[in-house]
Ligand binder design. Structure first.
Ligand code: FES
Length: 239
């Protein structure tokens, strides 16, 4: 595998040529906010929190969907980037009803944690307060559109890892919604295996286990790499 050399925050580093810029940044121990990225899933480049500056480019680059290239000069943290990241989080908070005190993920929510790290202590935009439903028709899980940030992790894990593709996203812009089956109540979808992978990868309280109350839900992501590694090594193959 060929290796490229690039500069990240004034440090010369090398990275495998097939890696993303985000991977190269993380390999240097640099913390960078992400929400749609999750190790083990394909990249979507949707949340734009992982944006970085590249010397010579007026545009910011989403590092999760940018391959490393020889000679890149990258800055991961600056006042400009912090301002953009803060604005993104504020827009997410204003778009739906993220009322932490009544949320099952309060204290364990990735959106809440990113907001805290970026110092988002108020929102400069008008809250839209949309009147969104919850789907509690599944016997074990609930989909609460109020907390959804449309990161699509649930869609991707259902498609790429479970192979069911029960979850998808329908609609455009502000009308985009995660849907189940053919846009039917989750509990009536015949493709859902009830595995719960979507619930575990969801960064907020949009997907949660029935019966969980405020601040009670903690999600595990480790299973994803464990499953993918096991599949690579074919440890579950029938002999
Ligand atoms: Fe790169 Fe979301 S983590 S755009």
């Amino acid at each position: 595998m060929s290796v490229v050399t690039l500069t990240i925050n004034d440090k010369l580093v090398s990275a495998q040529a097939d890696k993303s810029l985000l991977r190269a940044i993380k390999d240097q121990g640099i913390e960078i906010p992400t929400l749609c990225h999750l190790e083990g899933l394909s990249e979507r480049g949707g949340c734009r929190l992982c944006m970085v500056e590249m010397q010579g480019s007026p545009r910011l680059l989403a590092s999760c969907v940018t391959p490393v290239q020889e000679g890149m000069v990258i800055t991961t943290h600056s006042e400009r980037l912090t301002n953009y990241r803060r604005m993104i989080v504020e827009l997410l908070l204003a778009e739906r009803n993220h009322i932490c005190c009544g949320c099952v993920m309060n204290g364990n929510c990735e959106l809440q944690s990113v907001a805290a790290k970026l110092g988002v202590d108020h929102v400069r935009y008008d809250y839209l307060c949309p009147d969104l439903p919850m789907d509690a028709s599944h016997e074990r899980y609930v989909l609460d559109h109020n907390r959804c940030i449309l990161c699509s992790r649930c869609n991707r894990v259902c498609d790429e890892v479970e192979g069911a593709h029960t979850l998808d996203t329908a609609g455009r812009g502000i009308d985009s919604r995660v849907i189940t089956g053919m846009n039917q109540p989750w509990g009536t979808s015949r493709s859902c295996t009830g595995c719960g992978k979507c619930v575990q990868v969801c960064p907020t309280g949009a997907l949660f286990k029935k019966g969980a109350t405020a601040s009670e839900m903690v999600k595990q992501h480790d299973f994803l790499l464990w499953i993918l590694d096991g599949r690579d090594k074919k440890i579950w193959r029938w002999s």
